[in-house]
Design a protein around this ligand. Structure first.
Ligand code: AMP
Length: 402
């Protein structure tokens, strides 16, 4: 997957202006203090490498969803002090991302200097693959660098159209390189075995294709959370009022998987028991039930103790683990035990030498609740992009670099 893709290591940036597309869409509190700077941290090696070669840097990013309107609340200006401190160089800012004045500012940059431009999504053209907008942006750099993995699955102008204007002078940054390398361990079964994939959450329609692809490479596929109910239903189990998303579509795909991979189906492991609730709230009455015997009026909101034991035993013997999606409605304290147990177990075996890759906001949040996020080998910066990478197709943002 990586062999045809140029990285920043293939270029020398001396006297060159790098136009870097990053994802600095970081969570902030009311006073714009960054509450999680992972995405920025991971892009810093890319910026530093270019600075060390005496290149000039123009940073472009989106922030939130202003939907084509230049909203003060969505300005990237708040990042100037933070970036200047982190990078130990003074970072300048301009309140637009295209136009004559932006170009003048770029032309004034000296080697080793950084200019941060305003939110790309202040232009509605950013989210609509627009050639004119891409052309305007392309004037701002000599070499295009994409280091925004978390949006590499989107058909947005700065991701898929802009690189076309750079001929051979385009590449990925170090954050992107790392994400691709780590994901390849799962995609092509390159990681140490046993390889375990753990999928949870509720959006089964966005994850089901992954199963079809990974069944060829994984040793164990564990399905938890809302993902598991279509499997149980299709096998004739009673799931009561448990969450079931787009069942008809899912049923078709599942039947296909069961038929096509009859001899491999044993690698898919489903929960045995659930914590069922009589309503969708933290204070609901609960019962621990076999997952296929949930009566009407009850819904499974977490995996049960026998499932935790079974899943953790598999994780403990794994050498390479990927996890995306919670095991239950972990936002409710009373239904968070399954997700938190999985988080702790993955952290523990990582400390013992296994490789772990975790993506998706909820899974990462549960690691933070348990204070074990630092123990994980790699926290992916992209939930959706990570899932799309695990399907068979190359992400559009990566294809655009080739
Ligand atoms: P996803 O975006 O697909 O990773 O889904 C995450 C969401 O799935 C979280 O908000 C969880 O609360 C929800 N979820 C996980 N398990 C269940 C379940 N058994 N019933 C309802 N929602 C669930």
């Amino acid at each position: 997957m990586t062999k045809d893709i140029k990285t920043i290591d293939d270029f020398n940036f001396e006297n060159q202006t790098a136009l870097i597309r990053v994802d600095f869409n970081v969570p902030v509190n009311k006073s714009y203090k960054i509450t999680d700077d992972t995405r920025i941290q991971y892009s810093i090696p890319t910026i530093q490498k270019i600075l060390s070669e005496k290149g000039k840097i123009v940073i472009i990013s989106h922030f939130g969803r202003p939907k084509g309107v230049p909203l003060k609340t969505h300005s990237l200006k708040f990042l100037v002090d933070y970036l200047s401190q982190k990078l130990k160089v003074s970072v300048s800012f301009f309140g637009d991302c295209i136009g004559e004045t932006a170009l003048k500012k770029v032309n004034k940059l000296k080697n080793g200097e950084i200019l941060l431009l305003e939110n790309l999504r202040f232009y509605k053209e950013e989210e609509k693959e627009n050639d004119n907008f891409a052309f305007e942006l392309s004037k701002l750099g000599d070499i295009y660098v994409n280091d925004a993995f978390s949006v590499a699955h989107r058909f947005h102008t700065s991701i898929t159209v802009l690189p076309k204007f750079f001929g051979k002078k385009k590449c990925i940054g170090l954050l992107m390189k790392r994400e691709i390398q780590y994901l390849n361990q799962f995609l092509y079964g390159k990681g140490k075995r046993p390889i375990t994939i753990l999928l949870g959450g509720s959006k089964i329609s966005s994850k089901i294709d992954i199963i079809e692809n990974l069944i060829n490479f994984a040793d164990y596929i564990l399905i938890g959370g809302g993902m598991s109910y279509p499997f149980i239903k299709i096998k004739g189990g009673k799931i009561g009022n448990s969450l079931i998303e787009e069942y008809e579509k899912t049923e078709k795909t599942l039947k296909k998987i069961f038929h096509k991979y009859q001899n491999k189906i044993d690698i898919i492991h489903l929960p045995i028991d659930v914590i069922a609730a009589d309503s969708f709230k933290n204070e609901a009455h609960t019962k621990t039930l076999p997952i296929d015997s949930i009566p009407n009026g009850w819904m499974g909101l977490d995996i049960g103790p026998r499932t935790i034991k079974k899943f953790c035993a598999i994780i403990e013997k794994s050498k390479t683990i990927l996890w995306n999606g919670p095991m239950g409605v972990f936002e409710f304290q009373n239904f968070s035990s399954g997700t938190r147990s999985i988080a702790k177990t993955i952290a523990n075996i990582t400390e013992k030498g296994a490789f772990s890759l975790i993506g998706g906001g909820d899974s990462i949040a549960s690691l933070r609740i348990e204070n074990c996020d630092k123990k994980i080998s790699y926290l992916s910066t992209g939930g959706g992009a990570m899932l799309d990478s695990l399907k068979s197709e190359m992400l559009p943002g990566i294809k655009a670099i080739i």
